[in-house]
Design a protein around this ligand. Sequence first.
Ligand code: DGY
Length: 331
Amino acid sequence: MTAPKIFVTRRLPEETLNLLRAECEVSLWPHDAPPVPRDILLWEVRDAQGLYAMLTDRIDAAVMDAAPGLKVISNMAVGYDNIVVKEATARRIPVGNTPGVLTETTADLAFALLLAAARRLQEGADYIRRGQWKTWIPFELTGRDIHGKTLGLAGMGRIGAAVARRARGFDMPVIYHNRHRAPEREAETGARYVSWGELLAQSDFISIHTPLTDETRHLFNAAAFQQMKRSAILINTSRGGTVDPLALYEALKRGVIAYAALDVTEPEPLPITHPLLTLPNCLIIPHLGSASVATRMKMATMAARNLLAGVKGEPLPHCVNPEVYGGRQAG
Ligand code: DGY
């Protein structure tokens, strides 16, 4: 029996590639950057049974049409807004993701951004590099306290709850808004459910933890910023598209809100000429939420296991559209 052919859209650690090579014929886009060009992706999938994708690859109907033998799409990410899942479901192609393994690492980073923003760490580091540190000045680079301030969570999934747990250690009251109330997470974290308007109005910090969907696209827009405290700090480790970037620029520039710390942006990568990069009250890092060695290895392995299950016709360990299995066995 010939090994199934798969296409991997980015360079991966040898350990992960070896897992895949043990059972598949692996074709690979062997670079970190640039990402695989669209025409090469379309060509590579033509005879592939498995596609191992990154969150930067747009996997839409055209890709699926170019891949008549495709049996699985495995995303090396928990988020899967880069994949048009309804097109995959219509073709009965299971889509895999990597939930759970990056929860704590991403929550760590959200909290790192919160601390860095409140205490002006980026400005302090730049101050030294510019040679401005001449002496200790009582009110130079003074920031905001974190303890005792209210943390608002927009979204209360796994990562939101992990951020809420961290906030308890900083004596922060936590409020949240979510599509559905989450009583178990309230019991676990002490977070209090509030309306969307209350979340905006009462939070000193707002951390975004919603997936990107049609409903959450530009959820944080000019109207939302107007309802927030002028002292509010916005943290985003979810997807850049949840925030309207030009409305954010205006809000930060005009002092409608105080500060933003972003791990994710719209677009990604953010062009070096983007107006947000001109602001002293905006800290931006390049989508590092899950970027610890251990967590990225777990994600790579989990995505490999999803892919291997899919090419063998077995149910994926982590499938975002399990309805593809409805009424039939996997395979
Ligand atoms: C994900 O997995 O969706 C994250 O954004 C990667 O850090």
